[in-house]
Design a protein around this ligand. Structure first.
Ligand SMILES: *[C@@H]1O[C@H](CO)[C@@H](O)[C@H](O)[C@H]1NC(C)=O
Ligand SMILES: *[C@H]1O[C@H](CO)[C@@H](O)[C@H](O)[C@H]1NC(C)=O
Length: 603
């Protein structure tokens, strides 16, 4: 019973000093009595813990409550406070709280039908259970880190009166083991009883063990929906995106060839007499060459653009490294790990944000570099933090498990303050010094030229809005898969696809923005910086519109709580995507502009 005492101590410490919990678990539990759950090996007759996690309406994945929010049997038989399992920061942020059910469960020991407790229903508890069954509440349990799910009661038919609403009273566990490891757990709910006030419901459980040959390494495979993710449409989407990609790269190559033709002609004409003819040729051309004295004019709202560029490059790097880490580590099998990795990687990549934004700002002769650095470090985190704070307030008001405890908020803030922020500052200083020398091929004229009015489709807002269509077209099927796994309890595991789609997105975004910039410059409009940013960022606008459509057509979410969470999370995603794509688009356009103006004589 060493371990139980240790966990109890850890739990007591957690209540008083949350910070000590990690230490307590790591030090005490690891040395005094290594929890066998951590190495997943059990001896015959050794205790296996059944952890209860959360309950909630099946259609609303974020609306979850503590398991004991429903008047189930409380673990009180042993006269101790039930242990809580600490699964790391990510697990808490994802709204999990694992509590020891204290059910008697021993490795390879059969349990015939055994009573857990008897609940005598009164008006109140009957109403709670009834509401739970009507709203299709399901619950989640964990055995040896394997999740099992069950419904509170059989789904009631429409238009039945309250007497015909039932609750499952018996839980039957079927567990497969391979030598000393648990491989597979099934939960079957049986024995439904009517929910009527005054009734006494005896909750029972039983456990059956059976050997299996499935190796331990493959035990998570049954949670992966191969049929769904391996569907033909998934391959078709890759094919479709590749077609867009080939078309666009061809288009960009054509534009480059056209614009650089004069350049090559000049090289070949250098020693010959037709230089004069060439000069005439060049002089006749209108379009992008006429704005060479304005095209490198620093953009309006330079601070904001610098901050967005820095953040966007950081997010792109972050997304790439997250996908690679997840592919390498198959992190999707562990609760909360991806969230933890995300937070730590975000903090570490802040250096890049500072470097890019500081360098860009210095190259454009900005003077307020401290303000820019502050904007870079705070813009995206604060936006997300604001949305998260609003959602958290709602979750607290609903007493939901999705509410993040105060301690975890403080930890996230500390990570930002002591890792992310200093790295961003350092990045800015380094970027200003090593990446801050302007290298524009053309000088900027003192007086800005007027911009001629052109056809409606060459105006920046139109270019910005149409720019997002093709990138969205290349990712939207993958978006469907990601949304469906996030909102419909599917484990997303095809990160190879995601990597491919991400790379395609980057190339398509770059190409589309280059084409847009080319049209804009040809219309003698030199405000290409924000236009290129916006035309790439509008991809996120289409993703958001798609998300709205998805909400109404593909999900059955109901209620204020879930609606807020759906749109809050979607907003955060689209915000990040907009900044990421915008930065990529801008950088591609900047490289393009620099390249084509280097080929002409500007004076
Ligand atoms: C669990 O259920 C699945 C599907 O019904 C079945 O194939 C599997 O053998 C069951 N496993 C156990 C441990 O009973
Ligand atoms: C299970 O494993 C340890 C190590 O084997 C064993 O000594 C102990 O008996 C059981 N507990 C734990 C914790 O490991």
């Amino acid at each position: 019973m060493n371990r139980r005492r240790c966990v109890k101590a850890a739990y007591a410490m957690r209540r008083h000093r949350p910070g000590c919990l990690l230490l307590a678990c790591a030090v005490i539990c690891a040395t005094v009595a290594a929890a066998n759950e951590s190495n997943h090996k059990y001896r015959v007759g050794e205790e296996v813990r059944l952890w209860v996690n959360k309950v909630g309406p099946y259609n609303n994945p974020q609306e979850t409550y503590n398991y004991y929010y429903l008047p189930f049997c409380q673990p009180s038989g042993r006269g101790e406070k039930p242990a809580h399992k600490w699964g790391g920061l990510g697990e808490v942020l994802q709204g999990n709280e694992l509590i020891d059910s204290q059910l008697d469960l021993k490795f390879r020991t059969e349990v015939p039908k055994r009573k857990i407790c008897t609940v005598k229903l009164d008006e109140g508890t009957a109403a709670v259970f009834r509401k739970a069954v009507k709203k299709h509440y399901w619950y989640e349990l964990f055995i040896d880190d394997l999740p099992v799910w069950g419904f509170v009661g059989p789904p009631p038919e429409e238009a039945k009166d309250d007497k015909q609403i039932y609750i499952y009273a018996h839980k039957s566990f079927d567990i497969n083991y391979n030598e000393h490891r648990i491989i597979e757990v099934n939960l079957t709910s049986e024995d439904f009883k009517p929910i009527v006030p005054g009734a006494e419901i005896e909750f029972t459980y039983s456990v059956r063990w059976a050997p299996t040959a499935t190796p331990f390494a493959r035990r998570f495979e049954r949670y992966l929906d191969y049929k769904f993710f391996g569907h033909q449409i998934h391959w078709f989407s890759i094919f479709n995106s590749s077609m867009i990609l080939i078309f666009l790269t061809g288009l960009v190559a054509m534009i480059l060839m056209r614009t650089l033709r004069a350049d090559y002609a000049r090289y070949t004409a250098r020693d010959e007499d037709d230089l004069e003819a060439l000069e005439r040729d060049v002089g006749e051309e209108s379009g992008w060459k006429l704005v060479h004295g304005d095209v490198f004019r620093p953009p309006r709202r330079l601070e904001l653009l610098s901050a967005l560029l820095g953040t966007g490059v950081q997010l792109a790097l972050l997304a790439l490294s997250l996908i690679l880490i997840t592919i390498a580590g198959t992190l999707f099998t562990e609760r909360g790990t991806i969230v933890t990795v995300f937070i730590v990687s975000y903090a570490l990549t802040s250096f890049v944000a500072g470097y890019v934004s500081g360098g860009f700002y210095a190259r454009n002769d900005g003077k307020n570099w401290i303000g820019t650095m502050l904007a870079t470090a705070t813009l995206f985190p604060m936006a997300c933090f604001g949305i998260a704070a609003a959602l958290n307030t709602i979750a607290i008001a609903y007493h939901s498990l999705a509410a993040v405890p105060f301690g975890s908020i403080v930890v996230v803030l500390l990570i930002w303050m002591f890792i992310s922020f200093p790295l961003c500052l350092l990045g800015t200083v380094v970027g200003r010094n090593y990446n801050g020398v302007p290298d524009n091929p053309c000088r900027v004229k003192r007086i800005p030229s007027p911009i001629p009015t052109k056809q409606w489709y060459l105006r920046p807002p139109v270019i910005a809005l149409t720019g997002g269509l093709l990138p969205f077209g290349s990712i939207f099927i993958e978006t469907y898969f990601i949304f469906t796994s996030f909102w419909n309890y599917k484990v997303y595991y095809v990160y190879g696809f995601m990597l491919l789609v991400f790379l395609i997105l980057i190339v398509v975004t770059s190409c589309v923005t280059i084409v847009g910039t080319y049209f804009l410059l040809n219309a003698e409009n030199y405000h290409w910086q924000w236009t290129s940013f916006a035309s790439a960022a509008s991809t996120a606008l289409y993703v958001f519109i798609y998300a709205v459509q998805y909400f109404f057509m593909k999900t059955n979410m109901t209620g204020f709580f879930q609606t807020c969470f759906y749109f809050g999370y979607t907003l955060m995603l689209c915000l990040g995507l907009a900044i990421l794509c915008g930065a990529i688009g801008y950088l591609a356009s900047a490289a393009f502009v620099r390249r084509i103006y280097r080929s002409i004589k500007c004076d």
